[in-house]
Ligand binder design. Structure first.
Ligand SMILES: [Zn+2]
Length: 256
């Protein structure tokens, strides 16, 4: 089976028709999709999707683009809902300095609150990191004692050298459509990471793999990411599927 460890099935582009998404990805042997929350709305919907469909699991959290959504009632929501066996992590959470005008201090504060909460709840975290390399490394290093349940650097896009530092902190890395882009020049970075720390994702509806770039992305397109990884690691698909499944279940203990 194929695994999409990070997808946004609650995106408005899908029109709320989760059943159709499930039918389509199931036909393509995708047996497990993690629906990643990024604010209150998407986290609630991801939770509902996970409850309703066996193949779907959820992560709940506030993305750095919306740190102001994190308050006492959201925290209460995280504590309550994370008791579910289908909620596998807190995420996606992190830092994002891509656009001017983001409140970096608030991002960091909310990120750290969710890191410590995840530790209390004994859950791993799913990290979003964009254009913030040195700050991300310092937040994770400063909070190392709260990372005992593991963490995933989703859609990893930083350097080989930085990957090494995250690895030392215990990171897993997921890769999506970006590694399939022509001229992406990601092969060396991907190859520098031990295969037992790698996961596969789409981040759909974004980052559609080659040759579908520009179209809407779907979980079933994760097969193109698997194909690219087979290429990079010179491994056959069947073996890669086993490795990815074992990695996923090692990091996310609630996955069945
Ligand atoms: Zn995402």
């Amino acid at each position: 089976m194929l695994i999409d460890i990070h997808a946004h099935l609650t995106d408005k582009r899908y029109g709320g028709d989760t059943q159709k998404l499930v039918n389509n990805f199931s036909q393509k042997r995708v047996g497990l999709v993690v629906d990643a929350g990024y604010d209150l709305r998407s986290s609630s919907l991801a939770y509902e999707n996970a409850k309703k469909y066996t193949q779907i699991y959820a992560t709940l959290g506030v993305h750095p683009e919306k740190p102001y959504e994190y308050d006492g009632s959201f925290e209460k929501f995280l504590i309550e809902k994370s008791e579910s066996e289908k909620v596998i992590a807190i995420g996606e959470i992190g830092l994002d300095y891509h656009y001017d005008g983001y409140d970096k201090n608030l991002q960091r504060e909310v990120f750290e609150k969710q890191i410590t909460l995840a530790d209390k709840l004994k859950l791993p975290i799913v990290v979003h990191s964009r254009d913030c390399s040195s700050d991300m490394l310092s937040v994770l290093t400063d909070n190392k004692k709260y990372l005992n349940n593991g963490f995933l650097m989703h859609c990893y896009s930083e350097s080989k050298e930085t990957a090494k530092k995250y690895l030392d902190l215990g990171a897993y890395f997921s890769f999506g459509g970006v590694i399939t882009f022509k001229n992406s020049k990601k092969d060396e970075i991907v190859k520098s990471i031990p295969l037992d720390r790698i996961l596969t994702e789409t981040d759909c509806p974004y980052l559609t793999p080659h040759p579908h770039r520009g179209e809407t992305n779907y979980p079933e397109m994760v097969e193109l990411v698997y194909a690219k990884l087979c290429d990079i690691f010179n491994i056959d698909l069947e073996s890669l599927e086993k490795v990815i499944e074992s990695n996923a279940k090692t990091l996310f203990k609630k996955l069945k």
